[in-house]
Structures are given as C-alpha cells and as structure tokens.
Design a protein. Sequence first.
Length: 387
Amino acid sequence: MSDLDAFRTEIRAWLEANCPAEMREPVSDEDDVCWGGRNFKPKNEAQKAWLDACVARGYTVPDWPKAYGGAGMSPAEAKVWREEMARIGARPPLSSFGIWMLGPALLKFGTEEQKVHYLNQIARGEIRWCQGYSEPGSGSDLVSLQTFGEDRGDHWVVNGQKIWTSYADKADWIFCLVRTDKANKYQGISFLLFDMATPGVTTRPIKLISGASPFCETFFDNVVVPKSQIVGELNRGWDVAKYLLGHEREMISGAGGGDRLNAIGAVCARNGALHDPILRAELAMFDVDALAYAAMGEKFLDEAKVGRAHPAQPNMMKYAGTELNKRRHELLMSAGGSTALEWESNETGGGKPSRSWLRTKANSIEGGTSEVMLNVVAKRILDLPGA
Ligand SMILES: Cc1cc2nc3c(=O)[nH]c(=O)nc-3n(C[C@H](O)[C@H](O)[C@H](O)COP(=O)(O)OP(=O)(O)OC[C@H]3O[C@@H](n4cnc5c(N)ncnc54)[C@H](O)[C@@H]3O)c2cc1C
C-alpha cells in the first residue's frame, strides 16, 4: 500500500467516524452553510460538531501549515481529502472569504505575526471577513479607486465608499483597498485590514433581482486604522490585491464543477421533459463541456503541483466555470417548464429554481466580468495582437 493509499484509508475512517449524517445532505438553504464569525449561530448540533471536529484536526484548511491552523497536507493529500469528502457528499465544515481569499494572500504577503494571528482565527471560523475592493465607478477599472487613507503618524484615517461588498452587514472584519498616495495610480494603493465595528463604518444592504440582499454599500467616515494592520508594503497593495483576485477567481470558477446532470435529470424524471429532442441535444452539449471543464481543472491542478501554472489560468477557469454554471441553470429552468418559474409555491420550495437561476446571472460579473476575463486570456495566454 502506498503512503497515499494509507492516507486515504485513514481519512475515510476518520470521515466515517466524524462526519454526521446531516452534514452529508446537500445544502438546501443559506443556514446550511457554516460561515463562522462572532455572530454565527449553528443551525443544529450536527453543524457545530462537524465544525469542531474539523477545527481540532486542521481540516477546515487542510493544506495550510499546522502553525496557522491547518493540517499541513501536501497537494496530493489535499486532493485525497477533497475526493473523500465528495465521495460521501460531505458539506464543507466552514465556508469563508478568509479561507478562499484573504488566507492565501496572508500566506504570501503577511508578516509572521499576522499569519499566526489572523490565519488561526480564520481556520477556527472565529472572524468572518468581507472584501472591500469595488467602488462606485471602480469595478473592472479597480485601480481607479478613490477611498483614501490619510497618514496620521501611527494610523491612517480612512474616508470613502465601497460597493457590492458581499455580506458586509454580517462580516466582522474587512480586507480593504485604500489609496495612500494620490499621485501614483498603481503604486499608491495599500491593503488594509480592519474591524467592521470600528467607529465610522456603516453598511446599507442592496437588494438583488433574486429577492436576496447578499451585499451592501459600505461607507467609511474618518475610520482609524492602525499602521500595524497593513498587509504587504505601503503603496504596494495592488500586488496583494491581484494575487488575492487569482484565488477569488479560482473559488468562483468552482461553480462550474460538481453535479453534471443529476439535478437536471431528476427534474426531467419527474415531468417527462426529456421527450423534447432540443432539450436532449442541449443536455448532451452541456455534459460534454462540463467534462471538458473538469479535465481542464485537473490539468491546471497538475501543472500547479509541479510549479508550471500560468498566472492567467484562474481567468480561464473563472470564465469557463461561471458561463457553464449559468448554462446549467438555464437548462434547469427549461427542464422545469412553467413550474420552475413559480416564485413562492410549495412545489418550488419558495421559488428555489428561479431564484438560483437569477443568482447565477451575477457569476459572470462578481470577481471580474467575463469580458474582462476574455481580455486577459487574449492578452496573456493567446498573446493576440492589439489585445
Ligand atoms: C454578486 C456579486 C458579489 C460581489 N461581491 C463583491 C465583494 O464582496 N467585494 C467587492 O469589492 N466587489 C464585489 N462585487 C463587485 C464586482 O467585483 C464588480 O461588479 C465587477 O468587478 C464589475 O465591476 P462593475 O460592476 O463596476 O462593472 P463595470 O466595470 O462598470 O462594467 C460594466 C460592463 O462593462 C464591461 N467592461 C468594463 N471594462 C471592460 C473592458 N476593459 N473590456 C471589455 N468590457 C469591459 C464589463 O464586462 C461589464 O459588462 C460583487 C459583484 C457581484 C455581482
């Protein structure tokens, strides 16, 4: 038995003993997702037990070093962990912007003190983070951002406004891009961390087309941020921001993976929609593309393992994964027929298909739009003239 096989046996046995049956059910509403944070209230005992068991072993962030709350798994071991979780349909014990975005940036740019402090908090799910990048007028052209941090010796005083800040009203802390030099566009931005409870921070939820309010306008009015809360060098926050965006795009691209045809097949089995030859042809095309997407993901993972990842790969994955997920939901709506359009009926669980379908429209905007992803692919991968 190879070391990896032995590791798989150990992980399988541990999951069998520690992952409660309720945590192997598909996520069906927002409460099923464990976001952690100061105000987190577990939905049930099983959710809490699953989180605690994983925190104790470093399994909320299995590939982070043990000193920072992880389990120190190698990339190959982490892949085994993901496969064994998927095999039993286990829910992630903890979902957070800290794990997906800030953590990787801190691992690369943080001081040792910041890593020990913030990464362990993230791994334990103690602090919920939000991302303060976009501003009114600065989305795709993020580098034009205006929120300003005025130098006052041992601290900055931050004034400005962010927009589309996901879960800002629920987050404990924010990782935020702040201009600290007005004369220098790219090298005049710093990456700051601060508590959302700091005086002068306010949020106002924005309602989405799906009826939910997952994001906010966020206002900073003379917010005091100590100088120790900068990540990376002064005025070099753009480097940290770009690196983090790569991880964000990888995370969002995950929407393309997972279930290929099961959910759509289940709808068709209920209402006989498969009789429609056009729908059948569209399903077949979708499945081929979903397989190609999965193969591309595997290839990129292998390239990353041997240090040959192209820096623009997350852009490709983000474009492909989000466009695929939008198609998946278009097909679910087509298969569901007029019932799927019901907004509040019991049969649709309060409009789940249509609300999810509308939510996917944002997939190709959040974290950078599809048009911008294609620009990057044209320029950095295809090297097209004039791109
Ligand atoms: C659900 C959701 C959650 C989000 N969460 C967060 C968050 O937590 N924190 C945060 O900071 N931001 C967040 N955002 C904001 C997101 O990052 C921006 O919406 C995105 O970067 C696009 O910026 P914009 O909305 O200003 O659009 P714009 O940049 O104004 O773009 C408008 C249109 O112009 C196109 N366009 C712009 N520039 C180009 C170009 N150079 N070439 C071709 N086409 C172009 C775009 O593709 C788009 O179609 C979120 C957005 C959504 C939808």
